[in-house]
Write a protein that binds this ligand. Sequence first.
Ligand SMILES: NC(=O)c1ccc[n+]([C@@H]2O[C@H](COP(=O)([O-])OP(=O)(O)OC[C@H]3O[C@@H](n4cnc5c(N)ncnc54)[C@H](OP(=O)(O)O)[C@@H]3O)[C@@H](O)[C@H]2O)c1
Length: 292
Amino acid sequence: MGKEAERYVVVTGANKGIGLEIVRQLAKEGITVVLTARDETRGKEALESLKSQELHNVNFHPLDVASQESILALADWLRKTYGGIDILINNAGIASVDKDVTFETVKLVLDTNYFGVKNVTKALLPLLHDDTPGGARVIVVASRLGQLKNLESKDYVKTLSDREHLTEEVVDSFVNHHLKDVVDGSKKEGGWPNWIDWVNSPFGRPVEAYSVSKVAVIAYVSALHNTLVARPGSGKKINVFSCCPGYVATDLNKNRGTKTVEEGADTPVWLALQSPEEGIGKLWAERKVVDF
Ligand SMILES: NC(=O)c1ccc[n+]([C@@H]2O[C@H](COP(=O)([O-])OP(=O)(O)OC[C@H]3O[C@@H](n4cnc5c(N)ncnc54)[C@H](OP(=O)(O)O)[C@@H]3O)[C@@H](O)[C@H]2O)c1
């Protein structure tokens, strides 16, 4: 892959937790990393913490993945500053909103963890270089809480496991159906994840929506892969992967996770560096393809 300094990576939600560690590990590889965060102060503090570790090949730009204006501002800045990028790592996510399960709280989780990933990816896809050796990459930090075994609905398990025919529209309608059932108060009938003891869950409330959002991003990665390989002509090579970092001690689960951030960042960083030729469009964990 060309000269190290010529690779550019964007990481979302990177002011702390797994995202910050992903930035640190990639910067140590000599790659130029754009650390993004929704809060400028927190983002710049994270940047300074890396500089104090002698990592100077990191830049900061604000990004709120739930704001289209913010996404477009980042895309514009990347175009003007670097011309393009090689790797996008969608890491930003929320779980616990410490509030009741309402339309607003569920929508916030879905807007951040699903629509946020989708909108950032769409805006940055045109910026991915066509000549990145091994192909440009889009990596989504998902979760094994998004595996289909968590869904009660046999219909959705059937539709979403038909990976080769998955489309973005199918995934959107799955997510919007969940939101509608929350509004209608018919969640139980919908076959949504209900095995989780969400009252005591370290992920807080509403963990059902968190699980649905992660099912959706894993499915979206497969749908995106289908779209990318079906493009006419040779097109540029873009490899997409979803992955689970494991149960990592971060603010997301009130630091109850059993893995360190170094361990959690391992698979996303490995996918970014190796871009394996097998398992494109699939869910990875511990450097292996795992069941959706
Ligand atoms: N920890 C685990 O056990 C675990 C397991 C499976 C998957 N994951 C996934 O790993 C990813 C990273 O989570 P983490 O454990 O490192 O949690 P974390 O420490 O809470 O970090 C989450 C990051 O996402 C950012 N974020 C939230 N909403 C955002 C928005 N609208 N725009 C931009 N950034 C936003 C947060 O920024 P603020 O500081 O501004 O809130 C923070 O930087 C998430 O996608 C999560 O679902 C984690």
